[in-house]
Write a new protein. Structure first.
Lengths: 187, 145
């Protein structure tokens, strides 16, 4: 059973990555924070009595589900927006794959810390490339490599087979490498 | 569909992934202070809702409930039952108070009797003398040799 101290330590360790993961998915600071808050509350309220070693996989599953819930709500909202604009004479059509690439053109994340220019540039390119990935590939890549979950845990968090996780990770890495290369950047 | 190239490229993919993760870690470490403050606040809030502590309280409540249940039956617990048990406890308290009051009165009566007996001119031994008892009931003295 995780003690409050263990839960605190776990959340403190994971919260920044969780925020960035959510941000890559929704490209909006407030929405990303809301998603992380939901995930933290769900973990504490529903699984706070679980052993500390179970928390990482549980939290990632909750986080991914919360992101998916956000997508669903956005899809419904976009549908209504489209309907209203159609009624008012608009001609925009809902793109079915838009859900995988929710990006706001004016997504602002002001106050970037002042790192070295090159480091910052690299980070920006990686983040841009990550954001361009299909949602499932990004999810697999971040869970497997950033969160350090093994293939089985990643598969459980994503609700898919281990084979799918390996495929998603491989494709994600290849796509990222190709994107970086195209931008003349090498790691 | 088999993808042998994946296995072949795995070490290179891993290296690339690790390099990216290092960069991402740096990005996560340099989040704006407003974001880190919100995250800390959210963490505090989540901790105050941790299931374990609610469960601990519930567990304590359930233990008491089980103990009471074993004494009074399994139906102990609902709001109606609580009212019933509260009424029963009230009645028990009243009965206890009445019994205590009665015992006290009895003690006081005995004390009064004792003091009356001791303050009498007649010696207390006379009251347990058979002849005296007979004399009291018949009014005729019987002399015992």
């Amino acid at each position: 059973m995780a003690t409050p101290r263990e839960l605190d330590a776990f959340l403190a360790d994971v919260e920044r990555r969780a925020y960035k993961t959510a941000w890559f998915a929704v490209h909006n600071e407030e929405n990303a924070l809301d998603i992380v808050q939901d995930a933290m509350m769900k973990l504490a309220e529903n699984y706070g009595d679980r052993p500390a070693e179970e928390l990482p996989a549980l939290f990632q599953r909750i986080l991914q589900n919360t992101i998916r819930d956000f997508y669903r709500r956005s899809k419904v909202r976009n549908l209504w927006t489209t309907l209203f604009s159609a009624l008012s004479g608009g001609e925009d059509e809902e793109d079915q794959d838009k859900i995988d690439r929710l990006r706001s053109a004016d997504a602002d994340q002001a106050e970037r810390p002042e790192d070295a220019l090159e480091q910052r540039r690299t980070l920006e390119i990686i983040e841009e490339s990550l954001a361009k990935l299909p949602a499932r590939q990004r999810e697999a890549f971040l869970l497997r490599y950033w969160e350090g979950l093994d293939t089985a845990e990643t598969a459980e968090a994503m609700g898919c087979s281990q084979g799918s996780v390996k495929t998603h990770c491989s494709r994600a890495t290849q796509a990222l490498a190709a994107d970086l290369k195209a931008k003349g950047h090498q790691l | 569909m088999t993808q042998p190239s994946h296995h072949h490229d795995r070490p290179q993919e891993d290296l690339l992934a690790k390099a990216m993760v290092r960069a991402l870690d740096q990005g996560a470490e340099s989040l704006p202070s407003r974001v880190t403050a919100r995250l800390a606040q959210m963490r505090e809030q989540a901790l105050s809702h941790q299931k374990q502590w609610q469960s601990a309280l519930q567990l304590a409540g359930q233990s008491t409930h089980r103990a009471m249940g074993s004494l009074f039956g399994d139906s102990f617990g609902s709001a109606t039952d609580w009212r019933r048990w509260a009424a029963s406890a009230g009645i028990l308290l009243l009965a206890g108070t009445f019994m205590f009051w009665q015992a006290q009165t009895q003690i006081e009566d005995l004390a009064n009797e004792d003091s009356a007996l001791l303050s009498e001119a007649l010696p207390p031994n006379a009251l347990i003398d058979k002849g005296f008892q007979t004399w009291l009931s018949t009014g005729t003295p019987t002399v015992q040799e």
